[in-house]
Design a protein around this ligand. Sequence first.
Ligand code: SF4
Ligand code: SF4
Length: 68
Amino acid sequence: MNKIHVDFKKCVDCGACTAVCNPKALSLDPISWALIFDRQKCTGCKLCIKACPLRAIKLSAKISSAAT
Ligand code: SF4
Ligand code: SF4
């Protein structure tokens, strides 16, 4: 299954990706508001990739190499 990779160095915890992630694989920590990615829940729908204004989310390395 295609999954995504979050570059936490670019992420500013804006939450835009969490709003489009139906299985809640992406969420904001209720205390620190830091982004959390639960790889087990990710269905690979890629909606979060387009939603991120900072392009901090990409397909995992294995998949992106296949796409190029
Ligand atoms: S690819 Fe889809 S399911 Fe996976 S984290 Fe992004 S929005 Fe959520
Ligand atoms: S949309 Fe991008 S910058 Fe915003 S929380 Fe998600 S990964 Fe981080």
